[in-house]
Write a protein that binds this ligand. Structure first.
Ligand code: ZN
Length: 105
């Protein structure tokens, strides 16, 4: 993070202190402190990084799509598991509601 005062890329996230910084963090502004000059400032956390689009972005996109794929596979497994247990449950219901099972005759 670049310091707005000395323009040196040496500012780091600082601890929130005071009402303004607490409220600021709610809308995305976080306190930063420059290690060069000690200047404190609020910075929007989702500000785009200074580096331009390039290979970095492409790799990020690939990672994101891979993550999505893995998440989808996981979801599919969960759906299958739920479907299977629902079938088991239905089978169990059918078994216990079948006439003659618990009629005690
Ligand atoms: Zn500074």
């Amino acid at each position: 993070m670049q310091c707005p005062k000395c323009k040196i890329d040496h500012a780091h996230r600082s601890h929130r202190s005071g009402l303004v910084e607490r409220l600021g963090s709610l809308i995305g502004y976080y306190p930063y402190r420059c290690r060069e000059c000690g200047h404190r400032f609020l910075q929007f956390r989702y500000a785009s990084p200074p580096e331009g689009p390039g290979k970095h972005l492409e790799a990020e996109r690939e990672i994101k799509s891979t993550r999505l794929r893995i998440r989808w596979q996981r979801k599919k497994r969960i759906v299958l598991l739920y479907g299977f247990s629902a079938l088991l449950f239905l089978g169990f219901l059918y078994y216990i509601t079948r006439p003659g099972t618990f009629s005690g005759n």
